[in-house]
Design a protein around this ligand. Structure first.
Ligand SMILES: Cc1cc2nc3c(=O)[nH]c(=O)nc-3n(C[C@H](O)[C@H](O)[C@H](O)COP(=O)(O)O)c2cc1C
Ligand code: SF4
Length: 678
């Protein structure tokens, strides 16, 4: 047996967990009609198969109707949940993984204009900044009702065969009782810390009564709100002792911070550019103080840090949640001594940010996550070896190369630059976003292992491609910034890329016209304002940076608000003219016939990219499919079969931004779903 600390079993009451790695609760927003159906099950089973010890399913499965889902959570208040959960649990058990589920009442952390339109409840009237609902202050009958709801939901989960449950306290109703910031009830549920914990103890007591002493029950909570007027670390330690001493819980799952604002949430669940494992030592302090089973997750993306967390006795179980979204086979690779093959989580937080916008959690660079029913995590070998030529080594081209090589094909990649990466290389020049380069570096390492031929510094033309005598050609040449959007003065502006690459030096007084709303504009603003320059970001949209979601915005704002930056929404840059040695920028509006002027020394335009597609159109007439893609087959995850030009010697496909400006996930998904069947 291995002596790797991570691979030692852990005994939790009667339950033996096969190793120390768990997936903490996270709602990927995959339920259908509030139930964990096929997509949900396939997602967890993939990870169970690969060796994870414990998967804490759901995130915030709702126990009551007045806790309507904020991101398509599982509805644990419906009886039909039992059957769906049972299928998931049974299948994960078949593969040796333990399964638990997180239950919650969201309290004020939801909205009243959802589901049954019931008022949002909390132990006080203070609203939460993130979800904005002004709550009803709970009455005695609300308290009694919700205690019963928790017990009912726990009983349903026990009936589904889960190995245990976890109650989500932090930021949700249970903690809203704990914190003086949100509880202004009188005794017995308000006032002293003991009173503020009474609701939690009543809930736990009701669950124990219903599910018995052997059922495993834990609590996920913050041991320090890190917020003025909130629960302190000392109180957090007291709460930890009180929970243990109650005899009602079997494990503590500790986090640190608060989640009522986007910046708070981002400190609790750090993203790229932020420190790894920032709360690990704190969780270790709780474990030391209580000598009780302690679980924890917060940006522990790599195996060495996880190993340290266990080896040094800081934790009993280490959560690697986003790490498992990026690579579901993480544990298997540890067991097989293939840690270097693990697809790294780069902290892009596309997964988490999407659910707050009503989307499904997808990993920026693993397009099979959440799509296990149609997309493979392990690429099957092709029936026959082919020659595949790929042009462009950005994210789309590199994913195409990786997948084609895994299929067993003979793969050649042409790239005009001297190294791979495309737009990601530009992004990763920013120290804060440096982790992004692992998206490319991992693929490069996989391609090199699989024998892909790279021809860098080669701006391939049709002859180069034809000389490689390909069976399949994939054009992944990306795009170039498009700045020709003005009625006059297009020659006087530069692109956000010019700034990011260092080709154009930042001005002193700069207007950024952001018509794309993505990272490039804010990254340029960050870089320019860091020099002490004054920056105004102008957008025709009704809010700025609409493509940058909640948690990704936080580090930008933390920099920009300290500096001389302003945002102007609902104005559009019309033209730029020279004004002495300055520039005169004229702004117009989609809302009416109005203009404004600005005098600046630099205008930067961020208007996305236009496809670099000349090579595609040169090759198109010679191809057997004339570039056509069968979308129905593509969506179904099936092979392409269209062949309008039987004389063509090869098939031709175009992916990523070479088709139209989108994002990294779209580029990688384009590549995976096409190439997995070539
Ligand atoms: C898509 C997504 C949804 C999440 N939802 C929840 C949730 O409902 N409840 C919860 O306690 N934590 C939730 N989390 C937080 C994770 O459990 C975990 O604490 C966090 O991702 C940090 O760990 P990691 O760095 O290993 O990913 C969510 C995380 C993600 C990525
Ligand atoms: S989207 Fe980013 S943070 Fe989320 S799992 Fe993928 S790499 Fe990690």
């Amino acid at each position: 047996m291995s002596n790797d600390p991570l691979l030692q079993p852990f005994q939790l009451k009667h339950l033996t967990l096969r190793n120390r790695i768990m997936i903490t609760s996270h709602e990927p927003a995959y339920p259908e009609d509030g139930m964990p159906k096929g997509r949900y099950k396939a997602y967890h089973v993939e990870r169970a198969k690969a060796g994870v010890a414990l998967t804490m399913t759901a995130g915030s499965a709702s126990v009551a109707k007045d806790s309507p889902p904020v991101f398509n959570n599982i509805l644990a208040y419906k009886d039909e949940v039992v059957g769906w959960m049972k299928q998931l649990v049974d299948e994960c058990h078949d593969h040796g993984a333990a399964v638990m589920i997180q239950l919650t009442h969201l309290g004020r952390r939801t909205r009243w204009d959802k589901a049954d339109w019931l008022p949002v409840v909390a132990p006080g009237h203070e609203r939460e900044a993130s979800h904005r609902a002004f709550p009803k202050r709970m009455e005695d009958w609300d308290i009694t009702r919700i205690i019963g709801d928790f017990a009912d939901a726990a009983e349903r989960m026990k009936a589904a065969g889960v190995d245990g449950i976890e109650l989500e306290a932090y930021g949700h109703l249970l903690e809203q009782f704990w914190s003086p910031l949100t509880n202004d009830l009188d005794a017995p549920y308000g006032g002293s810390l003991e009173n503020r914990l009474r609701f939690t103890m009543d809930v736990l007591g009701a669950i124990r009564k219903r599910c018995g002493p052997d059922f495993i029950v834990g609590l996920r909570y913050t041991g320090d709100q890190m917020q003025s007027g909130g629960m302190t670390k000392d109180e957090g330690i007291s709460v930890s002792h009180m929970l243990k001493d109650s005899g009602l819980v079997d494990f503590l799952n500790v986090v640190r911070g608060h989640i009522d604002t986007d910046p708070g949430l981002t400190d609790l669940i750090p993203i790229q550019g932020m420190r790894n494992a920032p709360h690990l030592e704190f969780a270790g302090e709780i474990r030391k103080a209580t000598n009780f089973p302690t679980f924890h997750a917060a940006k522990i993306p790599d195996v060495p840090t996880a190993r340290h967390a266990i080896a040094s006795g800081l934790l009993d179980m280490v959560g690697m949640t986003r790490a498992h979204m990026a690579d579901p086979h993480l544990v298997r690779k540890v067991i097989e001594g293939r840690e270097d093959d693990i697809r790294p989580c780069v902290g892009a937080n596309y997964c988490l940010d999407r659910i707050y916008q009503g989307g499904l959690a997808f990993c920026l660079h693993n397009a099979a996550t959440g799509r296990e029913e149609t997309m493979p995590h392990t690429i099957p070998a092709a029936p026959a070896k082919k020659r595949i030529t790929i042009v462009g080594a950005g994210p789309a081209g590199m994913e195409a190369a990786r997948v084609a090589a895994d299929r067993g094909h003979d793969v050649t990649v042409f790239e005009a630059a001297d190294e791979p990466g495309g737009q990601i290389r530009l992004t990763a020049l920013d120290e804060r976003r440096r982790e992004m380069i692992s998206i490319i570096a991992w693929r490069q390492a996989m391609c090199e292992k699989a024998g892909v031929t790279f021809r860098f510094n080669t701006f391939a033309d049709a002859d180069d491609v034809l000389a490689s005598t390909p069976d399949e050609v994939i054009i992944a040449t990306g795009g170039l910034p498009h700045t020709e959007v003005l009625s006059a003065g297009n020659d006087l502006v530069c692109s956000a890329w010019d700034i990011l690459s260092g080709d154009v030096k930042p001005g002193r007084n700069v207007l950024i016209f952001d018509d794309a709303g993505d990272h490039a504009a804010l990254q340029a603003a960050d870089l320019i304002s860091a020099t002490g320059a004054s920056v105004e970001i102008v957008t025709p949209d009704r809010s700025f940076s609409p493509e940058i979601m909640a948690m990704n915005l936080v580090p930008y704002m933390r920099n920009l608000q300290k500096r001389d930056t302003t945002f102007t929404v609902t104005w559009r840059l019309i033209s730029v003219t020279r004004d002495g040695n300055q520039l005169r920028a004229t702004l117009g509006s989609d809302y009416g016939d109005v203009t404004r002027e600005r005098i600046v020394d630099q205008v930067v335009v961020n208007h996305g990219t236009r496809p670099l597609d000349d090579l595609y159109f040169d090759l198109k007439p010679m191809s057997s499919n004339l570039g056509q893609v069968d979308y129905d087959a593509l969506i179904a995850g099936a092979a392409q079969a269209v062949q309008p030009n039987a004389d063509g010697a090869f098939r031709l496909f175009r992916i990523g931004d070479a088709v139209s400006a989108r994002n990294t996930h779209a580029a990688i998904y384009d590549a995976l779903r096409l190439v997995k069947d070539l």
